[in-house]
Design a protein around this ligand. Sequence first.
Ligand code: ADP
Length: 642
Amino acid sequence: MPKFNLSWMYMIIAMALFGFWLANESGSGVQKNISYNEFQGYVSKGFVEKVTIYKDDATIEAAIKPQHVKDVFQQDSTKVGKSPLVTTRALTLEGLEQFLNKEQTEGRFSGKVEPVERNNYLTMILWNILPFALLIGLWIFFMRRMGSGGAGGGGGVFSVGKSKAQLFEKGSSIKITFKDVAGLEEAKQEVEEIVEFLKSPQKYTDLGGKIPKGALLVGPPGTGKTLLAKAVAGEANVPFFSLAGSDFVEMFVGVGASRVRDLFKQAKEKAPCIVFIDEIDAVGRARGKNPSMGGNDERENTLNQLLTEMDGFGSNSGVIILAATNRVDVLDKALLRAGRFDRQIHVDLPDLNERKEVFGVHLRPIKIDDTVDVDLLARQTPGFSGADIANVCNEAALIAARHGKKFVGKQDFLDAVDRIIGGLEKKSKITTEAERRSIALHEAGHASLSWLLEHANPLIKVTIVPRGRALGAAWYLPEERQITTKDQMLDEMCAILGGRAAEELFIGKISTGAMNDLERATKQAFGMVAYLGMSEKLPNLCYYNNDEYSFNKPYSEKTAELIDEEVKRMINDQYNRAKDILSTHKKEHNELAQLLIEKEVIFAEDVEKIFGKRPWASRSEEIMANEKKNNPVSEPEVSTNN
Ligand code: ADP
């Protein structure tokens, strides 16, 4: 775009020049050709102010005194311009000089005489032609720029309709292969098959099958969708076009559709090939849902064009579309139907074993010592995406480098995990004794409850060292469940509310420190009541509405009141439960808080010393125990702290 703006600048400059020239032209006044005799007459009468003699051809230019303009031109001086001239030609230069000398000595002519060596026609011509030449030059330059700059060239008005896809030819610079993508076995298999379709389509068409047109990679951010597509590009021996959904979007109407057309035209020329559209939701959003005054037709046009190109008359053979999004719920249904994106490939957050593999990939370039335990790291990073894990590895290397180490050790990795979850440790943040006590009691409340409740997430460590924006933090090991029961959710909510409950019980004053907890608990309670049908008064009802632009609640005012009531009741119940549990275990809780104030950081073992062993094995322990039974050779370390 800046280039385009620049062209406008050129235009403005050209116009200004033109205008300047015009103004100059009209201001230069009138010239009148007269005979030599007439000229002599004007000089004798004293009308002439200045005489310019061009010596090479004896032409004369004489400027007339303003008061005599009327006598010479028979016109008002306003009509003839600022400096009206008369021009003529002398018979001989000598004669002219003699005449002027004579007139001067006799006092009739008092003006200036200016002899000029050569009549400067060249400047005159240049002066007259230059502005035109400049204009034409600019115009040609401008047209060239508009016409040039094909795909990816950018700039220029005429190239906006060209697709911006980046083309990677066979054997190009992409070095990513399926080996660099850890885990995601099923997804990998699916895309590998797509590569296979392109390499030997006959194998499939011989049996009457049709080659799929597209596959949609769906999953949370950072789970490796783009990586997978890059690996396809690296492995498939076919041309690969890569672009983002937003590349279709431009401020001109009709450009998106034109870009789609151009993309498919290019792709068809290169078929068989793969087109990868990242973040397809930028263009693929459901049509007709946007209430913004219909101003967004452009996106719909683009989408319509995409739909027809993908499966309309004259469908494309040998072009497979891969697309990635983390918002499949907002995509247009027509885009998702079979025949367009035939396959949806779900790319989920990695589970324990997949995380191990992802660590394996990202630890490869890092110099680690033998304290690093991949099993432990994988267990410490539940809920992390592939991108987060890549970040942990990098951060660990940076931390080790900061401490001047030769190798990256286990503690560096654990610090990196803590940092990524909680933000930077701020030991320098000033806290008073009372504040520290309050934070300790609060965190101890969480810690005690999570230890005492069966389904709460088991604790890893608690700290009262401020981190990021939090004043204290507790690390848990969330169980990676596929389904969660109501009891489990209630226990979690109870543990979340434990901080505020401890403050109320043991300090007698509640504080602002619990806002984050309250927000989480309230959201969870609302979800349970309104979406999961888990409350007593509104059982088995789900009011979930994924319509982006709907401003109406899908329930009546009365139900809204009921929901509020149920949410309130649920939170109150759990809060009271938290208070009950904490008051029965007051001694242990206070001991824990005291320990926190002394040590700043405490681990699961310290909590175990105070409360005794947890009677329930956690799910991950169960899974691990099973693994051990089935696979006794590779014994994972069971400690959950450093
Ligand atoms: P998205 O799903 O948002 O497109 P990316 O594919 O861009 O995520 O992933 C970002 C980065 O995270 C990758 O460059 C890679 O380093 C890392 N990553 C994500 N998933 C994996 C994985 N399964 N294996 C290895 N690295 C991964």
